[in-house]
Design a protein around this ligand. Sequence first.
Ligand code: ZN
Length: 185
Amino acid sequence: MNNPLAITISLKKPINGVYNIDHQCKTKDFEKLTQILKDDLSNLENSIDDNDWLEELINIKLQIKTINFGDDLPLISGTLSTLFSLACQNCLQLMAKKIDLPLNLLLGDSDRESDDFDGCDYWEVIGGNISVHDLIEEILILSVPLYSKHDSGHKCTVFSESRITDNELLNSPFAGLKNQLNNKK
Ligand SMILES: [Zn+2]
């Protein structure tokens, strides 16, 4: 089977026309991303036995075309979506983080970083070319939160505990005074 992510985008030889990718792959297809998620999951209080998270689908809907900003440059637009399994840094329990990345990414070399690209994000390609696979992997890695926490409203055991702790702290001067008075009696 042809892997549509195997193509290389080159700054020197921009593609003609439009290249569409509508593809699904799995987390385990990205080695570096898998390692990063694995490291994160090692923080879990109870380690998970199953490897379902490796099979998590990554939906890739991208369009690659060439656009002229003085020079012809590759423009990648579309969406990447998946679900990351991570350890919540509050409660150390497993959490799923929905990833939905709209992309509008102009690829170029370092010289152009300060230019204005009409609302596009700029992605510096080192060495003049990058495979679509590597580009997607780097984008996904950047979207792994450094400090992942359950969203409020979800079950996060530490949220409720910390609220109690705050209340105790708030009350403690009075509680202490009350204790002293009680002791004097
Ligand atoms: Zn949590």
